[in-house]
Design a binder for this molecule. Structure first.
Ligand SMILES: Cc1cc2nc3c(=O)[nH]c(=O)nc-3n(C[C@H](O)[C@H](O)[C@H](O)COP(=O)(O)OP(=O)(O)OC[C@H]3O[C@@H](n4cnc5c(N)ncnc54)[C@H](O)[C@@H]3O)c2cc1C
Length: 474
């Protein structure tokens, strides 16, 4: 007799319950007419925070203005409005918020974490009251194997789950194993105890920051706050630092460039149009912000060659202009640069080693001699290739998922559907879709993606992603 196929244990498995996974769950609870069986799996101790919003440091700020950070699709002001509810007020009081609460403020990310945690706990309680079965695992999903009526998900602990549908909400691949085990080498920089490091420097050498993006800016702000007594070396291949928002961080009131002005053009023509707007006297920040509502469509209208040029030659340039710092932290960083404490070194990082005498030596491409370091922070951030995340690497190797032809992330079958096996599906959200949509990292994208994925899972008729009016702002 043929054995029966295993009965799926859950309807939906969410792999990764950081910011994006939490949003998918919240949308499922909001939109489902019936109780569901959902598995929520994450290696992190606390759900809903992920990498960006678990930082305990008050100087680590959002880089999007408060009234654009709503977590729910179509409601960009939701976060700002929540801050005025009793729960929001309690969170502000608990965190002793010192920044004036205005629409265009850049607020602490830990306050945003409190907001996400609140929404997630609320959705969780609602789900339990309505009879949902929630299976929660603090574990690492190591593989996903399609079966006859779902997916098998082996966990690092040795347990195995089965699910009909699965959502991959894995976030940015940040951990890099090469020198992670060395003392004072931080591959998860936000977890470093910078107060202690500054009070008891392991040596009189500089702190070395590998990378010069927003993570490195976070570390600069923390080193400044805790009065790190020695030098700081910022290592970056391109040597450019993120720009700041305009002091009043206004939003563009009228679009400066219509989609029709740039759609279907070569990358060089798009850049020319942006320069034309700036030459006409508009701040470059407004020129970039005005293509934001349709960046995904614009990206898709570029040729494969131009997409690769943008991801290769121009990606850092795009990053430093598009992912901007709030004006106050940008001022603090400029002050630090002027003080001479920070040295920027244009070079590629090779490796870190520890000498027999216990000295941390950092090797860079511009010299054979090591750079002596007190501590090393790996701030290289987003890994665009699917190979950067162990689970995506495994799933692209097995042919379950396909790498995007641009080299960035995964190629969806359509919208957010990555794999389909009969009635069971695998969806993806967030940075793994950079190749498909280019802008697929920040909350304004994630809130819309989360709603659409939840509606697709529930079969409640999501509109096509690119046809909806997206509520993007900055
Ligand atoms: C430092 C920083 C600051 C940012 N600031 C802003 C901002 O101000 N505004 C903005 O809009 N956006 C910001 N972003 C963008 C940010 O990436 C998103 O807003 C959001 O946090 C991404 O959510 P995510 O769920 O994709 O990733 P995460 O929130 O990081 O969640 C991914 C989760 O998946 C889990 N996971 C991964 N692999 C597995 C596995 N195999 N098994 C189990 N669990 C797994 C991880 O443990 C993690 O909890 C920032 C990003 C960073 C890194």
């Amino acid at each position: 007799m043929t054995p029966l196929p295993p009965t799926p244990a859950v309807d939906i498995a969410l792999i990764g319950v950081g910011a994006a996974g939490a949003l998918v769950f919240i949308n499922l609870v909001q939109h489902s007419a019936h109780p569901r069986r959902v598995a929520l799996i994450d290696t992190a101790a606390e759900p809903a925070l992920g990498v960006a919003y678990s930082t305990p440091h008050p100087e680590h700020l959002l880089n999007v203005r408060a009234d654009c950070m709503g977590a729910l699709a179509g409601q960009p002001r939701h976060f700002f409005d929540w801050l005025h509810t009793p729960a929001g007020l309690a969170a502000r009081t608990a965190l002793n918020l010192s920044i004036p609460l205005t629409e265009n403020a850049f607020l602490p990310r830990r306050l945003y974490g409190a907001y996400l945690r609140y929404l997630y706990s609320d959705a969780r309680q609602t789900a339990l009251k309505k009879g949902w079965q929630l299976v929660e695992h603090r574990d690492n999903v190591t593989n996903l194997t399609p079966t006859e009526n779902g997916h098998t998900l082996p966990l690092e602990s040795g347990a195995t789950l089965t699910a009909v549908d699965t959502v991959l909400a894995l976030g940015n691949a940040l951990s890099r194993p090469d020198s992670a085990a060395l003392p004072h080498v931080y591959t998860k920089p936000w977890q470093a105890d910078i107060a202690r490091l500054s009070a008891e420097p392991p040596a009189a050498h500089p702190v070395v920051l590998i990378g010069a993006g927003l993570t490195a800016m976070d570390m600069l702000l923390s080193l400044q706050r805790h009065q790190w007594p020695h030098g700081i070396v910022l290592v970056s291949r391109h040597g450019a630092l993120p720009h700041g928002h305009l002091p009043d961080a206004r939003m563009v009131s009228t679009p400066l460039l219509a989609f029709e002005d740039v759609a279907g053009k070569r990358l060089s023509a798009v850049l020319q149009q942006l320069r034309r707007v700036v030459r006409a006297g508009h701040p470059w920040q407004h020129a970039l912000d005005s293509i934001r509502p349709y960046t995904a469509r614009l990206w898709q209208s570029l040729s494969a060659k131009d997409q690769q040029r943008l991801l290769g030659k121009y990606f850092n340039l795009w990053g430093t202009h598009r992912h901007r710092l709030g004006a106050p932290p940008a001022d603090s960083i400029n002050e630090l640069l002027r003080s001479g404490q920070v040295q920027t070194r244009k070079a590629a990082y090779k490796k870190t080693e520890i000498s027999a005498a216990g000295q941390l030596n950092v090797y860079l491409s511009d010299s054979d001699a090591p750079l002596y370091a007190s501590a090393v922070f790996d701030c290289r951030g987003l890994g665009l290739s699917p190979r950067a995340h162990p689970l995506l690497a495994r799933l692209t190797e097995s042919g379950t998922l396909h790498a995007h032809e641009s080299g960035a992330g995964i190629r969806p079958l359509h919208d957010f559907l990555l794999h389909q096996n009969g009635a069971s599906r695998v969806f993806g959200i967030g940075s793994m879709l950079v190749g498909a949509y280019f802008e697929s990292i920040a909350m304004p994208e994630l809130r819309t993606q989360a709603q659409q994925i939840a509606q697709a899972l529930l079969g409640v008729g999501a509109a096509e992603y690119l046809d909806t009016t997206l509520d993007y702002t900055i």
